[in-house]
Ligand binder design. Structure first.
Ligand SMILES: [Zn+2]
Ligand SMILES: [Zn+2]
Ligand SMILES: [Zn+2]
Length: 134
């Protein structure tokens, strides 16, 4: 069998944050000439499955673990906009019951600020009490 034509086409996701590219799907078409003179073609479609195990389309690649996740698991940090998988997303509960998806760094920062403001209020209440006893 002699090769007549080889064709490769694919779908690539581009990560704007890290500038990395990931192949999402690949198509291989090989046409060959058989000994009998016929043109035989093989057409293969490769699909790369998301790591999260879902059957859906790929949404993107996590900035932390570099793995591909499906559209429903994929999200972005609402503060710094890095792409994240569910495993590497931290969900911050808001007062209105809505959840904010944040990356580890932004989550830690928010939590630290929250803790500091609590300590601040506590200190203030001590001073107010001491003041009142005088
Ligand atoms: Zn991840
Ligand atoms: Zn998923
Ligand atoms: Zn972030």
């Amino acid at each position: 069998m002699k090769p007549l034509r080889r064709k490769r086409s694919g779908e690539v996701a581009h990560d704007h944050v890290t500038d990395h590219e990931q192949i999402l799907a690949m198509r291989k078409e090989d046409d060959t000439i058989s000994d009998q003179g016929s043109v035989d073609s093989v057409d293969l479609n490769y699909r790369y499955f998301p790591v999260c195990g879902c059957a859906g389309d790929i949404g993107g690649r996590c900035h932390e673990c570099r793995s591909l996740v499906c559209v429903s698991c994929f999200g972005q940090c609402e503060k710094c906009k890095v792409p994240l998988c569910t495993e590497h997303s931290r969900f911050l509960e808001n007062e209105d019951q809505k959840k904010t998806r944040l990356c580890r760094r932004c989550y830690d920062e928010v939590m630290r600020k929250r803790r500091l403001s609590k300590v601040g209020r506590f200190m203030l209440s001590i001073f107010v009490e001491v003041d009142g006893n005088d």
